[in-house]
Ligand binder design. Sequence first.
Ligand code: BTN
Length: 262
Amino acid sequence: METGFEKAAAHLRRSRIGGRLISLESVSSTNDVAWEEAEKGAPEGTVVVAEEQTAGRGRMSRRWHSPPGLGVWMSVVLRPEIGPETAPGLTLCASVAVAKAVRSLHPVTVSLKWPNDVTVEGRKLCGILTEMKASRGKVDFVVCGVGMNVNQAREDFPAEIREKATSLMIATGKTADRAKLLVVTLEHFEKQYSMFCREGIASCLGEWRSMCPFFGKRVRVKGRREAVEGMFFNVDDNGAIVLRLDCGVHRSFLAGDVEFVL
Ligand code: BTN
């Protein structure tokens, strides 16, 4: 069956990222489908996009609400020649690409929040879930999943995230073209990813920092077991957040949620 994303395929035919576009109506999770494709040998740049996800996943085992026809739920298969420790940096690379694409198409001010959120007016517009398979100290493949809230009205979000989430339609008051957003995001992603492959995380860190209002501020990093406060000092070569604690020690975290400390 034709999905709203079919017209994107023609625009991306010659692209490194998206040249092979698998467009599906309903899937459990595009990350799962992309993972299966990667296991079967899918080439780098294969993209899986779906109208709906019935078991969309977020970081830290969270559910990602993915109703039919209202968002861009997509996953990209990557085969970078990097060590597994540097793969989390691809999340930052992808978030810069999403931010640039959204900014280029819509009159909104986009911010980034470590590690994987793209926000508008402090509410989450997009999340990124990077998963990888590695062996013998090298990455076999990475699946970079991107979920963009596009045409949801406030009541389309479940009550528990209604105050935290936003969509492009809520932010601009207009419905947005999801296929166009997909194409432009993948075009930016292709550029950012090429630079990442050459230069590593340094290729995106300057732009990432410039869009991150938390940088240099007092924050709390909440992990599964502890919450630690300090000054948001840096993001290291592996994409970990580095806090300067009150005792002067620098401590890095690879996972967690960041919030301002007032
Ligand atoms: C997060 O913010 O915690 C990450 C959310 C990632 C959601 C996207 S939607 C497409 C892809 N498929 C999934 O199951 N998750 C990612």
